[in-house]
Structures are given as structure tokens and as C-alpha cells.
Design a binder for this molecule. Sequence first.
Ligand code: BDP
Length: 595
Amino acid sequence: MLRPSAHALRDRRRLDGLWRFAVDSDGVGRDQEWWQAPLPGRTEIAVPASYNDLFADGSVRDHVGDVWYQTTVHVPAAWEGQRIVLRFDAATHRAVAWVGGTQVVEHEGGYTPFEADVTDVVTVGADNRITVVVDNRLSWESVPPGYVEQTPAGPRQRYYHDFFNYSGLHRSVWLHTTPPAHISDITVVTGLDGTTGTVDYEIETSGPAEGLTAHVVLRDEDGHEVARGEGASGTLVVDQVHPWRPGEGYLHRFEAELHDSTGSPVDAYSLDVGVRSVEVRGTEFLINGEPFYFTGFGMHEDHSVRGKGHDNASMVHDFALLDWIGANSLRTSHYPYAEEVLDHADRHGIVVIDETAAVGMNLGLAGGIVNAETKPTFSANTIGEVTQHAHLQAIRELVARDKNHPSVVLWSVANEPESDSAGSRAYFEPLFTETRRLDPSRPVGFVNVMFAPADACVVSDLADVVMVNRYYGWYVDPGDLANAERALEDELTAWADRHGKPIIVTEYGADTVAGLHSVVPQPWTEEYQVAFLDVYHRVFDRIPAVVGEQVWNFADFATASGFARVQGNKKGVFTRERHPKAAAFSLRERWRDDV
Ligand code: BDP
């Protein structure tokens, strides 16, 4: 889905700011048609932000169900005759939107964009009221899954993943225009053979497109034309191309125009394109034909006060810390991140493992960590066909959104699902097939959980790479790093021998309270986190099939309440405020050549 753009033929307004807001504690807003009038009360909310931590009110933080957002926007008279689109970059986890009294769109899934053509609904040259209801409930039909438990004090949301269920309008809201006949989608797939780059492109159009032709130009960063083409699809060839590389996000500009029969442009759209190739060969992960070793983190969109609300200042700072520490990659654990993050990764040469929101599909893991009931994972009453349908849709929306980002080198269809049962294989096989059908150009994987080792996992053979999260020395043998080292080496060796694929260790880490110290390595201290990571690194360096290490986590983050969490998960190498723990300095020494 193309993003809003502004130039001579298109315009856009970002609707971020303060909106009216109401928590629908009694669940009456839909029946009472709250979109028909100003919302009850005088509460205001910041968009984008999670609503949970903005008010000093536990009942808002833990609210289960609908909240309402409303704003009024002036639609410029100059937009008359254009196609007008209302777009939400994300609404977590599902939403319905109205313009005035007319419902214009509904969407399921909290981390991908959706839009509505509102041309016939808005009044141009006038103020228009936009109302959105956002429902944060997780169920057996949602991705991620969960269930609402009825308690004497009211409903309580339960889920099987280890991060707080932040909700609301987490990303920007837009009103934008396109010409009636317009470019509705562009797909680029790049290749690199020696010094020759290729860009396969495909342009989709909508509206009265008769007699229109597409023209494309590719420019380098200095604005010089390096290739051009005509027609809705084709291949551009660039000799002596400047490729996109990890650490150097060199981008070309792909400019597409639609011309009418007189040769005048009726629409235009430009994209940044990084010319690079990705390939898995044996136990190697190749970018531009060269073996790539991932260093970095599983991250979270998580900050105090605004929760999962996107903010450019924090993003720039997080990327500065990635650079400072020498990380070359990140995983969008455990959901698609804001598109601004991928743009930034493209420009800065950070390699991305792009993950769906399918997390917590392991109901046997419920135990002490996530504090939910243990149930069979794949069954008619839990994760079943309807969930699978939502999961397929989540994959489609992720690939549609992120397919053109050079930084994205690998799709992750799920984090730590149950993967050692016949039910899991039946559930996952169609998901892998669909991901490959949608994007044959990138490897596909999923992240394996510790309880499904190499000889028990029945899903890993569907994947191009093995991604594993391991916690020897933390959840297993806590405090015993000598045994952790042996167990880790045995297990990774078994993966290498049995599967013969590149292995990326996508999580390893120890909870660490900044400021806790000990002369002998004791769990929860900064010294233990350093020693723990050292053990893992020694093992990785002994196993050639290991092609990546991503520490869990970049920073401390909020979780649901539970006796194993102290104001959240403390496995961050940085605190939630982004202050370094001792491990940050040891990672910096390992990952940077110049330190
Ligand atoms: C893994 C999960 C991750 C958790 C982490 C932990 O993938 O989301 O936060 O463990 O327990 O199981 O810290």
C-alpha cells in the first residue's frame, strides 16, 4: 500500500495532535452511535500514542474493550475533483472509522495501515468530523491471540506474550489525495550480479486508466538518471551500480509517472530503492553475494508515557545507540514497526528481520512468565482456522506494506509458536507457502522456542534459516553459566548438524536491574548480564553455522503484571530511558572494530 505523498498532483495532511477521547467503560458507544455527535466528556488525547499511560488512572491503563477518538478537520476546497483518502498508519488492535455519520472503514490487526476512499463522504471546503473506535481485545480470532477473563471486578485481558497490551492510535492518521486515475501500487525487486544492478518493477493503476502509459526513471543519490523505462512493468539495468549495503544505506530514487495520450502527467509517485541481493546458500546468509553476520537486537516499540506511540526523536536516538554499540541489524519483535523505522533502517543500512504480530501462540508456555491459563495451542477452541485466516491476512498486509524496503532481508512469520506438534505443522505450512508466493525474493523463517529443539521441531524444515531464542543460564540453569555454555553448544551443534541451514540466535539475554552489582556473577546484576553474553559469544564463535546474534532486548520494556517481572522486562542492554548497562560497553567492544 503506497503512503501519502505531496507534490504537484497529490496532497496530504497529517491529522496528528490532540483529539477528543472517551473510554467506553460500559461498552455503550456503538449502540448509542457516539460518532453522530461530539464525544461525551472533555478528555483530550495525544495522537499518536498508546492511551494506557497518559492518564494517572489504572482503570484506563487496564481498560478492556472500546475507546473512542474524534477530531474535526477542514478539507481544503482545492481538493475538489481529487480522490480523497483517509488513512490510519495503525490502530491497535482493531478499529471502525466514520466521517460524519457514515462508516468508511473497519480493520483488524494492530500494526499495519488501512485506508478508505472518502471522496464521496467528505464535504470539501468545510469542517468534517472523524470518529474512530479502537478495540484492544485479544481473542482466539486475533493475531496475537488472547482471551478476556470475567472476574468479580470486571473483565481482564489475558495473553501469552511478554509485553504490555498497549493500545490506541499508535501512528499517524492522514487525509490525502490522489488524482482519480492514479498509481495504486508499485513493487520493486532488485538484483545484483557483479557490478550490474537490476530493478524489476511493476506498477498498478486504478481509476479511469484508459490511454495512460507509465514512465519510470531511476536516479542515483546525486539526482543523475541511471536508467529509464516505459510500461507498467519491466526491468531496469544499471551498470556500475552503487549498491545498498549493510552499514551504508545507499538509495536510488525510482520515479514513476502516468501520462495521458497527450504526454501530460496525470499522476506521479516516487520510491527510495536500494539495489541489493539476498540469498541463503548452505549455512550462509548472503547480502550482495557476501556472507553477512547479524549483530544487534530484538527490540520493542516501547517508551514511558506514550507506550507504543511512534516518535521520531526516540527513533533517531535508538538508531544512534545502535550505531554507537556497533549493531548492524534488528528484528521487529514482535509486530511490524512504524514505517518510519524501516525508512530509517533503509537510509542507515540497518538490516531488518521483519516479523508479524504472531506472538504468544504457545499456550503451554503460560506458566509463571505471562500468567495466563495453560491450554492446548492448536485446537478448535483456541488457535484454529479463524486465527490462521487472520494470520494469513497479517502476512499479506506486512508484505504489501514492506516489500520495497531494502533493509528488510527476511520475513519472520511468528515468534516462538508451539512447533513440535502435528497441529503446528498443519497450521504453519500454508503460511510459509503464502509468504513465498507473495515474495519469492526474500528468505522466510519463524523464531523457534526452546521447548522445540532440533530433533523435535516439525516446522523448521519449512524455513530458509533457523532462528532460535535461547535462555540457558536464565530460564534453564539460572546462575549456572558453566552448564549453560555446554547445553547451548550441544544444542546449536545439533541444529547445525540436523538442519544444515544458517542459524540466527534471535534472542538470548538475562534480566538485569541497572545498578545491581556483585563480585561473583549473580542473576539480575550487571556483571551477570556481561558474563552471560560472553558465554553465548564464545559458543557462537565456535559454530560456523551461527550467522547472527541478536541480544534480547535492546532496552527494558513494559509487560503485563507478574511475579517474574519488576516493572516490566529488564533484559534491556539499555534501560527504558536508554541509559547503558555494563553489557552495552562489552557488546560495543565485540561488535565494533574500532573499539
Ligand atoms: C521469549 C520471548 C520474548 C520474551 C522473552 C523473555 O520471545 O518476547 O520477552 O522470552 O522472557 O520467550 O524475556
